[in-house]
Design a binder for this molecule. Structure first.
Ligand code: PLP
Length: 412
């Protein structure tokens, strides 16, 4: 096979036509918004839109209860609060995630403990999770990264053995399935984000699923998103019995959410197809390690992250990324800049100004090397944005560009 000259060396780029585009919002959202305004209230408990949004979500997911929140970060905080996570408890989670995963842990004055990841699914490795358990451990927050489910069976077994709550961070994994069940319905609680960068958007917003099927658990979650006011009985009770934030969703977000949910199955199916098409096109290329879908699972591809085997290439990760960009394929060298625990908050163990609380309750340390696999993933990853509006031709050109760059830099 004749090698083509790379675009970065002056050759013709693989991608010359623009990527497929489309609009996320249309008249469907506008109609719902108008109806929300015509109600003359934008309060979730008085209006019909947030209730409809959640009813539709529950029907789609086949679950009895969910609660709307103001963000995905809020959803995770609410789940932690409802799970009883409190001062000095430890919560085990993933070091490759959005800060929103850990914010609620610290607001509960609990201590994030990071476990290491599987090198190819980028999700928590159950053996590492178990090794991090102490008498203080109260909960596990799994992160289904980039649309790929965590291996939940061993996680649930560990939680059962140690009496822990499991919260699923599904912000990046709408309608992803693990052994026939949607992620977000397997742990005690599942948390979703509808911020503007996820599969569906309400501007900002979130959802907590309550998977126990227990009405009093649902009431606890509902109250924790609403100042611990109890609104589900015949009279509202404002005699709060503990601290909880106001994380309510408004009717405007609920209205947009109703229209967005109708598009979600198509969005997820398309992204899943795009992800699978890339993987089958680039598997086995020199220096490329494709992401693995967790066994028995489906991945709804919020973005596509591959890893470079730099020892098999004659270039650096950064040079590979630049060469791919020159071929017309947007991508980033890496994902988050470093593991979550390398941020100043953890390095200085300072969540609240002038204080080391709650870190000082234990002798926890967050040094480099804490999660070597996660650190290695971030050193070798190349991340490609994926959109549901991309065409199959776009995906084939992504594959062709990765192939061209990989064959050029692969050691002969
Ligand atoms: C986006 C995201 C969050 C936070 O959601 P917000 O709505 O931005 O608060 C949490 N976890 C993960 C994995 C995310 O991608």
């Amino acid at each position: 096979m004749v090698e083509q000259q790379l675009a970065i060396h002056g050759g013709p780029p693989v991608k010359t036509e623009p990527f497929g585009t489309g609009k996320r919002f249309g008249l469907e959202e506008a109609k719902e918004l108008l109806e929300a305004l015509e109600q003359d209230t934008l309060f979730y408990h008085a209006g019909r839109k947030v209730k409809q949004f959640l009813n539709d979500f529950n029907a789609l997911y086949g679950i009895p209860y969910s609660v709307a929140t103001s963000s995905g970060t809020a959803a995770i905080h609410v789940a932690l609060g409802a799970a009883g996570v409190s001062v000095g408890d430890e919560v085990i989670t993933s070091p490759i995630t959005d800060q929103g995963t850990v914010i609620g842990i610290l607001y509960q004055n609990a201590i994030p403990v990071f476990a290491d990841l599987d090198p190819h699914t980028y999700c928590l490795d159950p053996r590492s999770v178990e090794s991090r358990i102490t008498p203080r451990t109260k909960a596990i927050v799994v992160v289904h990264l980039a649309g790929n489910p965590t291996d939940m069976d061993p996680i649930m077994a560990i939680a059962e053995r140690h009496g822990l709550k499991v919260i699923e961070d599904c912000a990046q994994s709408y309608l992803a399935k693990y052994k026939g069940r949607y992620v977000g319905t397997i742990g005690h609680y599942g948390c979703f984000s509808t911020n503007d960068f996820k599969h569906i958007s309400t501007g900002d917003g979130g959802i907590v699923t309550v998977n126990s099927g227990n009405a009093s658990d649902y009431e606890t979650v509902h109250a924790f998103a609403d100042k611990n006011y109890r609104r589900l009985g015949s009279a509202v009770s404002r005699d709060i019995d503990g601290l909880a934030p106001n994380y309510r969703m408004t009717e405007l977000q609920g209205a947009v959410g109703i229209a967005q949910l109708k598009k979600l199955p198509w969005i997820c199916a398309t992204r899943q197809r795009h992800g699978e098409r890339i993987t089958s096109g680039i598997r086995g290329l020199p220096g490329i390690a494709v992401p693995l879908v967790t066994e028995g699972a489906t991945n709804t591809c919020w973005f596509y992250m591959l890893r470079l085997q730099v020892e098999a290439l004659t270039c650096t990760r950064e040079a590979f990324s630049q060469a791919l960009l020159a071929e017309g394929i947007p991508n980033g060298a890496g994902y988050i800049r470093h593991a979550v625990y390398m941020s100043p908050l953890f390095q200085e163990r300072s969540a609240y100004a002038g204080s080391h609380f709650p870190f000082e309750l234990t002798d926890i340390a967050y040094g480099a090397g804490l999660c070597p696999v996660a650190e290695d993933i971030l050193r070798t990853a190349v991340t490609l944005p994926i959109k549901e509006f991309y065409t199959d031709t776009d995906i084939d050109e992504i594959v062709a560009a990765i192939r061209k760059v990989s064959l050029h830099f692969g050691k002969k």
